[in-house]
Design a protein around this ligand. Structure first.
Ligand SMILES: [Zn+2]
Length: 487
């Protein structure tokens, strides 16, 4: 990706004409070097006699920032990388000017709003998706974008701390100047911003340098800002439902949030996040949230309220086709992983893999059964788990069953599966004389992972990854949402 530095554009002359090198040649011995990006800001910062052209500079910065965001959004990068590229290639354009250009908070808020508009336009962000969540780190369930407003506040607090504690005459003079300013004073702003988040008093450590101390302070401020955003997200009636599920004691939050760090397309990621936020245009949403006079029952079954939850996991019409194919994809991935573990020759990619009903390894001591009923002496109705792995060397048998329920029901479903196959477990143990276990693999339709599932997956296969299974299920749900709602 190429970024020109338009905001640093300048005219260069050679004896009255434009020089091709970009440097200004005054005479044979004197040539003024082209300023690099850093130089331009420093130059503007100290050039007190001419004054800084604040509004002109702001316009240039805004333009360059937006240009970069647009360029990034047009690339083929995945969702996470697009956000990372904005953070590392566009946000610094604004960041460099902090402490020099007299930004008002309202102006920075506008830049953030514009960024969200651009994300909307490129379908990275659903217009009704949660705003706070966009700025929460990915490992905590957000999307990890940096908002320039927080970046500005953080920089101001750091700068103020640095000026207060840095030895030497110049920092003192700058600090005095800043304190005397009525508007845009770094010191006054820093005090105000700290008050907004009720910052704890941080001790200035004498064994550390002024910049190290400032860095530590910035870190505390940033985490305070993050907690505030998280609180705001959780306290929303609609968007807050999902973070509340994440807080439940049976949910493995760390694993659940891992899909956000995988390589999904920005569009898919945007759709899934909006689905978790319950911000998708379902009939129930149109009626309850938007107050429209519409039928709120499901357009397919007409039986239940058409909510996100219903579409991805509760509709009888979709159960016969869509849910089965989502389930089979995830189960096929598990089957493929087990086959790989035992050196059984199969397709290279899991999605090209078509599980055979019965397959053995080379030594014929491992048997893997796919969707096969077990013949038992006494009648057992639940006799067909997704996968059965018989290991005649260790005399063990695994009954693996995959399920993709509503995210609210993952705990219940695990218990249900265990009960369902209990009879079969006992019967196999008796008939085959093998130590038999039921291993349920449960992932919520929108990716919620129950505690203990990572361990269950390990029991099933060495190479299978929980995040991959989660992604397969979520992609299946995204496909269903698109199909039903044409989003
Ligand atoms: Zn339905």
């Amino acid at each position: 990706m190429e970024f020109g530095l338009e905001k640093c554009a300048k005219a260069s002359f050679m004896k009255g004409k434009l020089a091709s090198t970009g440097n200004i040649v005054i005479d044979d011995d004197t040539e003024i070097q082209e300023l690099d990006q850093e130089g331009v800001y420093k130059y503007l910062g100290v050039d007190e006699s001419d004054g800084i052209q604040h509004s002109k500079m702001k316009e240039k910065i805004r333009k360059e920032y937006n240009r970069r965001v647009r360029l990034i959004l047009r690339t083929e990068l995945n969702g996470r990388n697009k956000i990372e590229a904005i953070n590392s290639l566009a946000v610094p354009v604004v960041q460099y000017s902090f402490g020099i250009i007299d930004w008002k908070i309202s102006e920075l808020k506008k830049i953030d709003t514009k960024t969200r508009k651009l994300l909307n336009m490129h379908k990275m962000l659903h217009p009704k998706a949660d705003v706070e969540r966009l700025y929460i780190p990915r490992k905590d369930g957000g999307r990890g974008l940096i908002d320039v407003e927080t970046a500005f506040k953080t920089a101001t607090i750091g700068l103020d701390h640095y000026l207060k504690h840095k030895e030497g005459q110049y920092p003192k003079q700058v600090l005095e100047h800043e304190r005397s300013k009525a508007k845009n004073s770094i010191s006054k702003n820093a005090t105000k911003f700290k008050r907004e988040v009720t910052m704890p008093e941080i001790e200035n450590r004498v064994d550390k340098s002024a910049s190290e101390n400032a860095k530590a302070l910035k870190h505390v401020f940033k985490s305070r800002m993050k907690s505030m955003k998280e609180e705001k997200w959780k306290n929303k009636a609609l968007h807050g439902q999902y973070p509340k599920i994440l807080e439940k004691p049976h949910v493995d939050t760390v694993t659940t949030n891992k899909w956000l760090s995988s390589n999904l397309k920005g569009e898919t990621e945007g759709l899934l996040v909006a689905a978790q936020d319950q911000a998708i245009n379902t009939r129930n949403y149109q009626k309850i949230i938007c107050g429209q006079q519409v039928e709120s029952k499901c357009r397919l079954c007409s039986q239940h309220e058409e909510t996100v939850d219903h579409i991805v996991s509760g509709c009888e019409v979709l159960a016969k086709t869509e849910y089965i194919s989502r389930h089979n994809n995830a189960a096929a991935y598990l089957h493929w992983s087990i086959c790989k573990d035992h050196d059984i020759e199969i397709a290279d990619k899991w999605y090209e893999h078509e599980p055979e009903t019965v397959i053995h390894n080379k030594d014929n001591n491992i048997t893997i059964m796919w969707d096969m009923p077990v013949n038992t002496d006494r009648t057992i109705t639940a006799n067909r788990p997704d996968i059965i792995v018989k290991d005649s060397v260790n005399s063990t048998c695994k009954l693996i069953d995959m399920t993709v329920p509503s995210d609210r029901n993952i705990a219940l479903k695990e218990t249900e599966k265990k009960c369902k196959y209990k009879d079969l477990e006992l019967e196999i143990q008796r008939m085959w004389h093998m130590k038999t276990v039921v291993i349920p693999v449960v992932v919520g339709a929108l990716g919620t992972v129950k505690k203990g599932m990572v361990e269950n997956i390990k029991k099933v296969s060495e190479r299978a990854s929980m995040t991959e299974i989660q992604k397969i299920c979520m992609l299946g749900s995204a496909r269903i949402l698109r199909k039903v709602l044409s989003v």
